[in-house]
Write a protein that binds this ligand. Structure first.
Ligand code: SF4
Length: 361
């Protein structure tokens, strides 16, 4: 299939069958488009929508976001995961205000120079907001191209990724098509996204509904189930930590994590090396315990490792807590936890402790 037909089928299909009611689709405002693109990385649309709306209500424009305290930004992101995105979001807003006179650049190359904006995100923002001919290649688009053109190299290898980028570039609507139809790039980009998310899905592609069915090699060769090939699996490393759920008079002892690293900038529980025992961990932060008991361990998977968490419930005798480390700790009322930006697993754990009636009155 030639590039012109590929693009025109995607555009026509998007306009009749694609998604049109997502909250970030009725705008060309780069701030809103950028925010949605960052939130949608590794995250489902249904999970993003409430966060997107809440975030916009608090930070309606790039200047408000740039001037907000980091803790406030993290609190509005808490629960969405991949927290480096929130830190980069804040840094990016500050860069737009400082280096671009408060206006997002329109060219993909300039967008890509901003914190947290990769090539695919830059392409999407440039296409949606300025109609610029720039390709995208997120996970969904990789799957569509890999199947349609039967690309069967390891999808994580540099060679395969370079080949897919070349294809993505070569399939864009032509310059003439974009001159004739100023919305061509927006419809094409959205069409690729919609196709990957709703039709050419990972486990059950709905080829009958696909505008590319007539030219798709994977479909013709009955190979949709084996393309793209699974990425080469590496054994995922594990880390173990203990955490203290310290309670005193209806309050939890929380500490703010360092700005960088996992859960950076969020409120979490005092953490200690798994080899250490909980009483020693209490001593180290000056916590005098009336009782200490273990709770069920659980794990949380990050991109590069699995964290096994061993929680200990500590009823403290007093509010004393500090220790020698330069860590910011606070006792926070169980009824005020909503206002603290917390990673989802920690929030869930504390909710379970509250629901089980383990918090003192
Ligand atoms: S025909 Fe099927 S496998 Fe091929 S791109 Fe369309 S949905 Fe995906």
């Amino acid at each position: 299939m030639d590039a012109m037909k590929f693009a025109s089928r995607i555009i026509a299909w998007q306009r009749t069958h694609g998604r049109h009611q997502l909250p970030w689709q009725q705008t060309r405002d780069p701030y809103r488009v950028w925010l949605s693109e960052i939130m949608l990385q590794q995250t489902q649309v249904s999970a993003v929508i409430p966060y997107y709306e809440k975030f916009l209500a608090r930070f309606p424009d790039v200047a408000t976001l740039a001037n907000a305290p980091a803790g406030d930004v993290m609190a509005h992101w808490a629960g969405l995961g991949y927290y480096a995105r929130a830190r980069n979001l804040h840094a990016c807003a500050q860069s737009v205000m400082r280096d671009w006179h408060g206006q997002f650049p329109s060219r993909a190359e300039d967008l890509e120079s901003l914190p947290g904006i990769g090539r695919s995100t830059a392409g999407a923002i440039a296409a949606f907001c300025a109609g610029i001919r720039a390709p995208i290649l997120d996970g969904n688009v990789r799957r569509v191209l890999s199947r349609h053109f039967a690309i069967d190299g390891d999808p994580t290898s540099a060679g395969t990724i370079a080949r897919l980028w070349e294809l993505a570039q070569s399939l864009l609507p032509s310059q003439a098509a974009c001159r004739r139809d100023p919305n061509a790039m927006a419809s094409y980009t959205q069409g690729l996204m919609d196709l990957g998310a709703c039709v050419c899905t990972r486990s059950a592609p709905n080829c009958i509904a696909c505008p590319l069915a007539g030219s798709c090699i994977a479909r013709a060769d009955n190979r949709t189930h084996e393309l793209p090939p699974p990425r080469a699996r590496r054994a995922q490393p594990e880390r173990e930590v203990g955490v203290l759920i310290a309670i005193h008079r209806g309050m939890f002892l929380l500490e703010r994590r360092a700005p960088k690293g996992i859960w950076g900038g969020l409120w979490s529980l005092p953490e200690f090396e798994a080899e250490l025992d909980a009483p020693t961990a209490c001593d180290e932060i000056g916590l005098v315990a009336a009782s200490i008991q273990p709770m069920a361990s659980f794990s949380h998977t990050f991109t590069h490792f699995r964290l096994i968490i061993h929680p200990w419930l500590v009823h403290a005798q007093s509010l004393a807590a500090g220790g020698a480390q330069p860590v910011h700790r606070e006792w926070i009322d169980a009824n005020a936890l909503d206002r603290a930006g917390m990673p989802a697993p920690v929030r869930k754990l504390l909710s379970e402790v509250i629901a089980a009636g383990l918090v003192e009155p």
